[in-house]
Design a protein around this ligand. Sequence first.
Ligand SMILES: *[C@@H]1O[C@H](CO)[C@@H](O)[C@H](O)[C@H]1NC(C)=O
Ligand SMILES: *[C@@H]1O[C@H](CO)[C@@H](O)[C@H](O)[C@H]1NC(C)=O
Ligand SMILES: *[C@@H]1O[C@H](CO)[C@@H](O)[C@H](O)[C@H]1NC(C)=O
Ligand SMILES: *[C@@H]1O[C@H](CO)[C@@H](O)[C@H](O)[C@H]1NC(C)=O
Ligand SMILES: *[C@@H]1O[C@H](CO)[C@@H](O)[C@H](O)[C@H]1NC(C)=O
Ligand SMILES: *[C@@H]1O[C@H](CO)[C@@H](O)[C@H](O)[C@H]1NC(C)=O
Ligand SMILES: *[C@@H]1O[C@H](CO)[C@@H](O)[C@H](O)[C@H]1NC(C)=O
Ligand SMILES: *[C@@H]1O[C@H](CO)[C@@H](O)[C@H](O)[C@H]1NC(C)=O
Ligand SMILES: *[C@@H]1O[C@H](CO)[C@@H](O)[C@H](O)[C@H]1NC(C)=O
Ligand SMILES: *[C@@H]1O[C@H](CO)[C@@H](O)[C@H](O)[C@H]1NC(C)=O
Ligand SMILES: *[C@@H]1O[C@H](CO)[C@@H](O)[C@H](O)[C@H]1NC(C)=O
Ligand SMILES: [Cu+2]
Length: 631
Amino acid sequence: MKSSVPGLLSVWELVLFSFAEAATVTYDFNVTWVTANPDGDFDRPVIGINGKWPIPQITANVGDNVVVNVQNLLGNESTSLHFHGLYMNGTAHMDGPEQVSQCAIPPGSSFTYNFTIDQPGTYWYHSHTHGQYPDGLRGPLIIHDPDSPFLGQYDEELVLTLSDWYHDLMTDLLPGFISKGNPTGAEPVPQNALFNETQNLKVKVEPGKTYLFRMINMGAFASQYVWFEGHNMTIVEVDGVYTQPAEAEMIYLSAAQRCSFLLTTRNETTANYAFVGSMDTTLFDVLPDDLNYNVTGWLVYDDGKPLPHPAFVDDLDGNTFDDMTLVPWDNQTLLGEPDKTVELNVIMDNLGDGANYAFFNNITYRAPKVPTLYTALSTGKLATNPAVYGGYTNTFVLEKGQIVQLIVNNLDTGRHPFHLHGRNFQAVYRSAEDAGTFEDSNVTEADFPSVPMRRDTFVLYPSGNVVLRFRADNPGIWLFHCHIEWHVASGLIATFVESPLDLQNTLTIPKDHYEVCVAGNVPTVGNAAANTHNLLDLSGENRAPDPLPDGFTTRGKVALAFSCLSGILGIAVVAWYGLAPDPAAHAGVEKRVAEADVVDSSVGDIGAGPSTAREFVMASSSGDGNRGARA
Ligand SMILES: *[C@@H]1O[C@H](CO)[C@@H](O)[C@H](O)[C@H]1NC(C)=O
Ligand SMILES: *[C@@H]1O[C@H](CO)[C@@H](O)[C@H](O)[C@H]1NC(C)=O
Ligand SMILES: *[C@@H]1O[C@H](CO)[C@@H](O)[C@H](O)[C@H]1NC(C)=O
Ligand SMILES: *[C@@H]1O[C@H](CO)[C@@H](O)[C@H](O)[C@H]1NC(C)=O
Ligand SMILES: *[C@@H]1O[C@H](CO)[C@@H](O)[C@H](O)[C@H]1NC(C)=O
Ligand SMILES: *[C@@H]1O[C@H](CO)[C@@H](O)[C@H](O)[C@H]1NC(C)=O
Ligand SMILES: *[C@@H]1O[C@H](CO)[C@@H](O)[C@H](O)[C@H]1NC(C)=O
Ligand SMILES: *[C@@H]1O[C@H](CO)[C@@H](O)[C@H](O)[C@H]1NC(C)=O
Ligand SMILES: *[C@@H]1O[C@H](CO)[C@@H](O)[C@H](O)[C@H]1NC(C)=O
Ligand SMILES: *[C@@H]1O[C@H](CO)[C@@H](O)[C@H](O)[C@H]1NC(C)=O
Ligand SMILES: *[C@@H]1O[C@H](CO)[C@@H](O)[C@H](O)[C@H]1NC(C)=O
Ligand SMILES: [Cu+2]
């Protein structure tokens, strides 16, 4: 046991040290439309920053205070920024998801993010509004560490992003994706894959050197297999967690995952070497004939030498490194038996509007009328009652210090990369494909590794299950969701409300955060339905569409949806395809119903709009027209 005096001294020294070292890093970001053509096929509008795209990297050192002043100059869309993987410890109101920790920033408004970073590693930042980041609002966020265990083991570091690319805007793709015209929920397939937001990337390297590559998958949908011909990778970090070095020939990186690896170049400069990203086509319901799902770059040793075509690789999965085998550098041991277990079952199914949705435990997420954080701050003692957060947010309330076990059973046949905000988690178990639920797997505590791998985004296999553990040591409102942006839009989201009474005592929401709510006409007090008198009265909350009657198979349900609803909805649906998204994306529900801008908004902007088939019909038949009719 340490005596208390040296303990105090060292804390004091630490404080002095951080005063000396910590800096404030400020970024002024004007968010604007620009035109770009990253795959060489197609000019399209993209969301840039300060008139440029790709958007800038955010760079800081551990301990720095980061200030990001955002001005939304898009004119026709709201926005917000999420700093993916940052704990936001003590600044939960800076996490970014709209209707969760803030109101979206409407066009013409400004908003300041201000937080201190006390974690090293490879992260990224992206819009967390409106299914918007695939339109370009996604960039690296790198935190350098003067105490990295790998300093001295490399000569240079290189950030390398990976992504998928669509020729169409999300606002054009989302309404068709969540519609009765797409009853199976087939996700739009990207047109191309990109390295560093371009193709045919040439990376100049010198022989006999070691590079630290910080790789980030900023894609909307596709996971990718990645390999470097003639070179192996030595993994040293995943999602901000240093690992014991592990050699890999090929890695698999889902949307939102990061991996840093050391790569030592060859001693001779006699050839250049291809490196490849290959999109996981098992995620795609259709594989268009003309789709090149691979992207190639080159390690260029000699400009004068040819750039070879990559060789075909037959067995991608067989060569891929299994991230479950990684051991965190800090050797953090398995958290003990959980105080609280949350079990989530993933399904995809149709609702009464005929569209396909994603569900945790039969609930598809609908954003509440009041951002969940503001509900936690304005409901007093009732903030610990999950009911105040509404019936469509999948809210679980966590108490300070609890060890939480999260079991996710995939009752769907696709892979899903799950992300938890506000921390990383121990990945204590992942079943093989088709293993069924966790209960089916017969796994016990003794089967878990003593030092589990940790990261913040983790792939769940088809019809399999995973078990994650973490300690509730970070008060805030933290989403848990699939990082496939289509599945965010179709509702695969749960909400952890952690230590809400602590939040009431410690958080002060800055004025500009409330001002964007006023500008967007979003209420900031009360329960999920914005009721302030009876906090347990959720009437008027944003709801998912009603289910179809029991006893129908999916096929039957879809057929029913077509036959019963198309007559009623016909006119509105025709208009809906021609509609432009609502510029006042965060107007109150009443206003939107009055404007009959219903399906459009509820699709483009997950859940922030009115959503039931009933409201839809009400709106369509209310006679004051849709935008198409008004125009
Ligand atoms: C952002 O736009 C404003 C005008 O609204 C301009 O005054 C300012 O200089 C711009 N900032 C940057 C960083 O481009
Ligand atoms: C950021 O937050 C810190 C701590 O609350 C505060 O001292 C500082 O003034 C803030 N900076 C800005 C630019 O708002
Ligand atoms: C990717 O682009 C960024 C930003 O331009 C650049 O800093 C980085 O070096 C590039 N990475 C590689 C591997 O070329
Ligand atoms: C990469 O690792 C594999 C398996 O350990 C090994 O067979 C191969 O020779 C290594 N390749 C290089 C270029 O080091
Ligand atoms: C490159 O040369 C160094 C020093 O001569 C040697 O230690 C290393 O093994 C060589 N690397 C390869 C890949 O041949
Ligand atoms: C992409 O690369 C993989 C792995 O080499 C190969 O099997 C596949 O045929 C390639 N696809 C295309 C369209 O080139
Ligand atoms: C973790 O354990 C390994 C041995 O398994 C050891 O080499 C390493 O130094 C340990 N790391 C720390 C940070 O103690
Ligand atoms: C989901 O709905 C099914 C069918 O109605 C029911 O059997 C199941 O118990 C429900 N699951 C949960 C977690 O509510
Ligand atoms: C789990 O146990 C049951 C009953 O003992 C057995 O039928 C089943 O095959 C086991 N499942 C696995 C994945 O081992
Ligand atoms: C947040 O900070 C507290 C100390 O203030 C610490 O105990 C806790 O581990 C931190 N949580 C995370 C996720 O960093
Ligand atoms: C928003 O503005 C951009 C840039 O002018 C345009 O390309 C896009 O279609 C607009 N979006 C909507 C939904 O009107
Ligand atoms: Cu998913």
